[in-house]
Design a protein around this ligand. Structure first.
Ligand code: GLU
Length: 469
């Protein structure tokens, strides 16, 4: 049997971390079994779907470097097939048209609720309806009462059994004739020869409904694997309220796709004690048995830790390229050739202090930012005595002819400190603040070298002017 999995997002919002993980697990499983991973956009709910969101989701999957096989399937294009199956089920008496209006429904479900454990059973399920074509209706699946249970084996949760008295006569076609999720998924998964459906545990009741449809159609269902949900730090389902929960948030912060994939893979799946790995390793180690049964906790600290490791493992020229792209896309900044050169010299100094492209960007801002506004702000960080020390130091450095490189600058500052009874940091800290905007930065003499003599002196002169005024 060829292993074929799919990721089937509904384009109703940005790609959530949980969705990204589902895509990854489906991909890893398929590839670990030398199978195929397919992408299907479930865009049949016209009221809620948005084509620009489909595009965003597709771009997010691309960004993660999860390649799919075959053409993307857009569910809308399969609507005729869905309708044929709905008609077939109606013909066979396995589904029925339900003409209940809202009031009837509230009344019936109210009564159903009064009988403990009972769920909605439409009054139309066993009626022979003739000559009412114009009345609004939906099509419901006739949930059988015999056998009253459905059993199936989930690859992660083991043997499961469901009481069908808890499953309502669910809608398979809306009043406009379009099929609902449960019907469309079964038809599409069957037609796409999907062998394994790997998705979040929140779909368990859908699985029961889908299995009923498979049974009614006499189709062999795929194997199901339901992944435990992702929780926040206080053990609730991860949601928008937790701040960052969409892939987009992490792209904005400048996490690398490799780090994101590594972290997502570890969210609920493990292989021995491996924490830090790449996609190929994950493929070679992946099994459904490696997925845990309990919810996983989303831990930003762990993500940052992995992100830093992935960042440091990258060659500087690649980081440089990624950073330029990051700045263009997320910060709307295009830097000049000479700034880009300075940036490439600065990167080796700063990478080990950062975990994301966003952090590198913040630390590098001083290389290309315009001075005055920023300087006014940073000068407030300097104490009066430091301003005085800086003013005197600037006068001294301007008065001599220096070879402008880190080594000579270092020698000069050391001699100056020695002669004036100062410690290196008495000069180093104000210089850092004025030149980079932060009291902590990589080696200040290297930064001065990268900025260049002219730029450094301009910046120092401007600060002295501002200090005086
Ligand atoms: N469109 C469904 C969702 O986004 C797909 C669930 C499934 O994998 O069947 O939740």
């Amino acid at each position: 049997m060829e292993i074929r999995t799919r990721f089937a997002p509904s384009p109703t919002g940005d790609l959530h971390i949980g969705g990204a993980r589902t895509a990854l697990f489906n991909y890893l499983f398929a590839k670990s079994m030398k199978g195929k991973f397919l992408l299907r956009i479930e865009d049949t709910d016209l009221k809620r779907s948005d084509s620009s969101l489909s595009e965003k989701i597709i771009n997010d999957i691309k960004w993660l470097n999860i390649p799919w096989d075959e053409e993307i399937v857009f569910q809308q294009q399969n609507q005729n097939k869905h309708k044929q199956i709905i008609d077939f089920l109606l013909e066979k008496g396995l589904a029925f048209r339900c003409y209940s209006n809202k009031e009837d429904l509230t009344e019936t479900s109210f009564r159903a609720n009064e009988i403990r454990g009972a769920v909605f059973r439409s009054p139309w399920r066993d009626r022979v309806v003739k000559d009412q074509p114009s009345m609004q209706n939906v099509v419901r699946f006739k949930v059988p009462s015999d056998p009253s249970r459905i059993n199936f084996t989930d690859k992660i949760r083991g043997d499961l059994s469901w009481d069908l008295n808890n499953i309502e006569d669910f809608i398979i076609a809306r009043s406009d004739g379009s099929s609902t999720y449960n019907l469309a998924v079964v038809v599409d998964d069957h037609n796409m020869n999907i062998s394994h459906v790997i998705r979040g545990e929140d779909h368990l009741t859908n699985t029961v409904k889908q299995l009923l449809i498979y049974r009614a159609l006499d189709w062999v269902p795929p194997i199901f694997a339901h992944i435990p949900l992702i929780h926040n730090t206080i053990g609730e389902k991860l949601s928008k309220r937790d701040g960052k929960s969409n892939l987009l948030d992490f792209k904005h912060e400048g996490f690398l796709p490799d780090a994101m994939l590594n972290y997502l893979a570890r969210l609920g799946w493990s292989y021995k004690n491996e924490e830090y790995f790449n996609l190929d390793q994950a493929i070679s180690w992946f099994t459904l048995e490696g997925i845990g049964k309990s919810p996983s906790k989303f831990d930003v600290k762990k993500l940052l830790y992995l992100s830093k490791k992935h960042l440091m493992a990258k060659p500087v020229n690649e980081i440089h390229e990624s950073l330029l792209r990051y700045m263009e896309v997320y910060k709307n900044i295009n830097i000049s050739e000479s700034c880009s050169k300075k940036l490439s010299l600065f990167l080796p100094l700063v990478v080990e202090r950062c975990a994301t492209l966003g952090e590198i960007f913040e630390s590098s801002l001083f290389l290309f930012e315009e001075e005055d506004v920023r300087l006014k702000k940073v000068l407030a960080l300097l104490e009066h005595s430091s301003k005085k020390t800086l003013t005197e130091f600037v006068a001294a450095i301007k008065s001599i002819n220096l070879i402008w490189n880190a080594e000579c600058l270092n020698k000069f500052i050391n001699t100056y400190c020695h002669e004036n009874n100062l410690k290196f940091r008495d000069i180093g800290v104000p210089l850092r603040i004025v030149l980079t905007g932060s009291a902590s930065s990589p080696s200040i003499v290297h930064i001065m070298e990268i900025l260049g003599e002219q730029k450094t002196l301009d910046r120092l002169n401007l600060s002295i002017d501002l200090i005086k005024n």
